[in-house]
Design a protein around this ligand. Sequence first.
Ligand SMILES: [Zn+2]
Ligand SMILES: [Zn+2]
Length: 182
Amino acid sequence: MVINVAPLLKQPLGTRVDIEVEESPIDPRGDNAGLLDAAIVDIDAKLHATHTNPGAYLEGSADAHVAAQCARCLTPIDTPVHADFAEQYFATVPVDTGVGIVAAPLDAKTVGSDFMVDLTPLLREELILVTPVAPVCRPDCAGLCPVCGDDLNDRPHAHDEPVDRRWTALQELRDKIGKSES
Ligand SMILES: [Zn+2]
Ligand SMILES: [Zn+2]
């Protein structure tokens, strides 16, 4: 979602505006489509922008769901994520002659001469930071059987693996010998 901060920057310092970004599911052709790059499937964010001397200070929180796969059983899951954030956007051009412009730090987010601020990269970055690396479908997910690959949640079982293999090999040998003798 892109917002125009020019009206805010024309207001006295300290003026605050509320911004809400809510979309479920996210439209691939909509304003928030950039969130889909981070597998974010829905968004409910509440922000406010405050006019500060170097520009606009954005702070807020976002709740979203990220499409993922359970790290243990591989079931598709939507992981809920929550992010709290604050970011200073530095104005690079005065919106009117009355406002002094301070030099923005090199790595700072800036407001260009069109005074449009795209919130999508900010929300995407903040939500990626809180997305778990190895999400699980539930805390006690048993995962997949390492021997046969079956889902241990659906079919709890164990294999007596080493013995099984030895007996199988012996059985095969016996079968071979039996066949060649007959
Ligand atoms: Zn699972
Ligand atoms: Zn198994």
